[in-house]
Design a protein around this ligand. Structure first.
Ligand code: ZN
Length: 181
């Protein structure tokens, strides 16, 4: 835990502990030796079993299932994952404060993830494990559906392998959905 301020609630991406201290349990994931929250909920610390979990109010049958389509906003990018705040599941609005993790594969020399914070992204659920929703954007119609410049918030246009800002000219590599606009 950071300092002495024990937080009660976590949002996806929050650092909870390091693996030397605790085991990552339900609602958490591990990246670079750190345990982070993957869902929004109450932090449960089991000191006896050295286990840290996040308790969510989302009912099991409200959870998306593999192959469902979700849409949301990128909230955070941490190590190999981008946290997507899910606002639609299979085209239906969702108000359950769900978040998923989009696995990002960085190929040689390519350091950009294909999505940026605040991008609106469509993704496919490939697994749901212990309350964690794992997503990918490999399908043709998955990826960024709308975006703004990360530097100046201006409009961007589609270019060869991503987008370019109409104001400042910044180009970003992105995995765009077919219907990007
Ligand atoms: Zn710009």
């Amino acid at each position: 835990m950071e300092n002495n301020s024990r937080k009660e609630k976590a949002i996806p991406g929050d650092k909870l502990a390091v693996v030397e201290e605790f085991e990552p349990g339900e609602g958490t994931y591990e990246v670079n030796g750190e345990i982070r929250a993957s869902i929004l909920g109450k932090i449960n610390i089991d000191n006896k079993n050295k286990l840290i979990t996040i308790e969510t109010h989302v009912k099991k049958n409200d959870m998306p299932k593999p192959n469902d389509k979700v849409e949301g906003i990128i909230e955070n990018i941490i190590g190999p994952g981008a946290i997507l705040k899910i606002i639609k599941v299979n085209e239906k609005e969702n108000f359950e404060f769900l978040s998923g993790v989009i696995e990002i594969r960085r190929s040689r020399g390519q350091r950009e993830s294909g999505v940026d914070v605040t991008d609106r992204v469509r993704a496919t659920v490939f697994s749901v494990v212990d309350g964690n929703i794992y997503l990918n954007i490999r399908e043709q119609n998955d990826g960024v559906v709308s975006s703004k410049c990360i530097e100046c918030c201006s409009q961007v246009v589609k270019v060869d392998r991503g987008v370019k800002c109409v104001e400042c000219g910044l180009e970003r590599f992105k995995k765009l959905a077919l219907d990007f606009k």
